[in-house]
Structures are given as C-alpha cells and as structure tokens.
Design a protein around this ligand. Structure first.
Ligand code: NAD
Ligand code: ZN
Ligand code: ZN
Length: 337
C-alpha cells in the first residue's frame, strides 16, 4: 500500500510502498477514505514534537472496515467508520478514566504508531473505530480532531459561560472554524480573531458575532470595546504564540478562563494577585475522548455542523503542508489516498 512517511525534520514526507498490515486479535484494519491534514503535523515536521521514525503520519481518519481480527464483533467489514486516534495504553489513570488522549505512553495514531496518511491504517482496538452510518467519510475525517478538540475545549468552558458572556476564538483555521460553531451553540457572544480577512468572513458565516482582523486592528482594544470593558469569560487560543497568549491573558474578565490549544511556543504572564487577577484560570486542552467524539459525530449526523474540506492526493501532500504553513488552506485539507 502507499503511505506518506516521516524520516526526520527538514525532509518533508516520503511517499512509499509499504506492507499492508494484517489485523491481530482485537485489531481492525481500516481502508482510509480520508485523513485530515492537521497543523500538528507541521510541528512534527519542524521537529517541535519529537517522535520516533520512520513513522506514517496522519491522525484524523475515516474510511471503511477492510478486515477485522479475531474477537472483533462490534464492527463488520465494509462498514463506514471514523477512527478515534487517541490510542492509549489502556492501563494508566487517565486511560482508566477514558481520557486516552492524555495518556503519556503516547501510542496515538500517526504519532506513536503508524497513522492514516496511507491506504490502510491498523487500529489497535475496536473501541477506537466508530460507525458513522450515512456520514460521508471525507466529511467525517476532520471531525476526529479538527472538530473533536474544540468540542472538548468549548465543553470544558461551557459550565462557566452564560449567554450574556463573551468567548474569544483565536485562529480560525482547521480547528478554529469548528470552535466558532460550538461556541455559537452556547449562546454567548462569539469573537473570532485571525490575520486573514477570508477566514474572518468564514467565521461570520459560521456564527461569529464579532470578527477582529489582527493584521489591521488592535485586538485588545476591540475586545474591551465589545465587552463594555468587562473582558471575556473564555478565550480559546488555537495559535498560542507570544502575541496571541498575551491577547488572551490581558482580556479576561473576572473569573475568566483561557484555554491553550495551539502548539505554538509562546509564553505569557498572568497576574495571580487576587486583588488584580480576579480568579482567572489558564489551562491547556488536548484533543478529545471517545465519548466526546461520539457527541461530535452525533451532532454532525443531525446536520448541525458545517464541514468544509479540500481533498488532495498523495502527490499534493507536501505542497499542501507547505500551504498550511503559510495559512493558505481555507477549509480543512483532507488526503484521499
Ligand atoms: P491551521 O493552520 O489550520 O489554522 C491556524 C489559523 O491561525 C489560521 O487561520 C491562521 O491564519 C491563524 N493565525 C496564525 N497566526 C495568527 C495570529 N498571530 N493571530 C491570529 N490568527 C493567527 O491550524 P489547525 O490545524 O487549526 O491547528 C491550530 C493549532 O492547534 C496548531 O498549533 C495545532 O498544532 C494545534 N492543535 C492542537 C491540538 C490539541 O489537542 N491541543 C489538536 C490539533 C491541533
Ligand atoms: Zn491534529
Ligand atoms: Zn494510558
């Protein structure tokens, strides 16, 4: 089968012919119909996320069941499925709680084990293979990360939000465009920030109440103005460079929360003196659990999510990663092997 393999930073991905895996007991072989191309792969390609090589990347997959190992009885050959890529060790505390995406053994798809930039992906346990019914796998693939991750962030934020509050989403890329949609579902005022006017137009179409073009506007001033100088209750940062983290930390309302999702390497100061910091919280948010992916797929199957994709083949993969690096992908790019 064809696969796009990573050999180390600076060389891009090599498109190679490798052996098609055979599923062992409990495992499922999925024929990949689509795999979303995530900005996290750029962090891997740039060497910011050390992984062992060679490795087939790709952690955002959907397709159909090609073959099942002994003992697999919840999915059948030919069935359309989405793959939950946060494969955990199954034994540690977070895995026991169901948060396999937080497992520090890092057996995740396309990171700790071979992923889905390939014609087939071997899934280590049938529980990570979720039937999607009549959803198109090409549309379902980005739901497993680009939609799942912001779903978790907005779910964690939701308990602190009232419809009278304001929530900021920074970075309206592959993830941010789902964040805007989930944020709009909370009823709070949604502020979208990006450097690209076309991304901001998209954010407005997807439910943002206010858009801020960071290339031409003062983000902090605009946020203060649209919140009557109260600040925002929740800020979710899908970039996380020095500048965006400062925007978040400097615009929080009393008891405001910031969620860091982007893998940028920025740092920021928060004043935790209770007379000044007003009980603010800063936390990170990573991927999503199996129950959260079930929620996302359910929401999509009811037609409540606007899923935009651009499909590309193996021969375009390195070019598309380059375009993603330059902010030139409008909706999620998806490899269709
Ligand atoms: P993307 O490239 O599709 O989107 C990034 C967006 O941010 C683009 O629209 C770009 O124009 C905008 N942007 C860049 N710099 C900006 C700035 N200074 N101010 C405002 N907007 C800016 O990326 P993506 O696939 O959506 O991923 C976003 C980030 O989230 C990446 O760092 C990725 O590695 C990370 N990520 C984290 C998790 C997690 O679980 N924590 C999961 C997936 C992706
Ligand atoms: Zn990702
Ligand atoms: Zn674990």
């Amino acid at each position: 089968m064809q696969a796009a393999r990573f050999y180390g930073s600076g060389t891009g991905l090599e498109i190679e012919t490798v052996d098609r895996p055979t599923p062992g007991p409990g495992e499922v072989l999925v024929e990949v119909e689509a795999c979303g191309i995530c900005h996290s792969d750029l962090h891997i390609l740039e060497g910011d996320v050390p992984i062992s090589t060679p490795r087939t990347l790709g952690h955002e997959a959907a397709g159909s069941v090609a073959e099942v190992g002994a003992g697999v009885d919840n999915v059948t050959e030919g069935e359309s499925v989405a793959v939950h890529g946060a494969w955990g060790c199954g034994h540690c505390d977070v895995c026991a709680r169901g948060d396999t995406q937080l497992c520090n053994v890092m057996l995740w798809e396309g990171i700790g084990q071979d992923g889905a930039y390939a014609e087939y992906v071997l899934v280590p346990d049938e529980r990570y293979v979720l039937p999607i019914g009549d959803l198109d796998p090409v549309q379902a693939a980005p739901l497993t990360d680009a939609a799942l991750t912001p779903y978790r962030a907005v779910s964690r934020a939701r308990e602190h939000l009232s419809p009278a509050d304001t929530l900021t989403i920074i970075g309206i890329g592959g993830l941010g465009q789902y964040a805007v949609q989930f944020a709009a579902m909370t009823g709070a005022q949604v502020v979208a920030v990006d450097l690209d006017a076309a991304k901001l137009d998209l954010a407005e179409d997807l439910g943002a109440d206010v858009t801020i073009d960071a290339a031409t506007e003062d983000v902090r001033d605009r946020i203060r103005a649209v919140t009557d100088r109260q600040g925002v209750r929740v800020a979710i940062d899908f970039v996380a460079n020095e500048e965006t983290l400062q925007w978040c930390s400097n615009t929080l309302a009393a008891q405001g929360q910031m969620f860091v999702v982007g893998l940028g390497d920025g740092t920021f100061d928060v004043q935790f003196n209770p007379l000044i910091g007003s009980e603010v919280t800063a936390t990170s948010c990573y991927w999503g659990s199996l129950p959260e992916l079930r929620d996302v797929l359910g929401i999509a199957r009811r037609g409540k999510l606007d899923v935009g994709v651009e499909t590309v083949g193996f021969s375009d993969l390195n070019d598309v990663l380059e375009r993603l690096d330059h902010g030139d992908i409008h909706r999620r790019a998806v490899l269709t092997p």
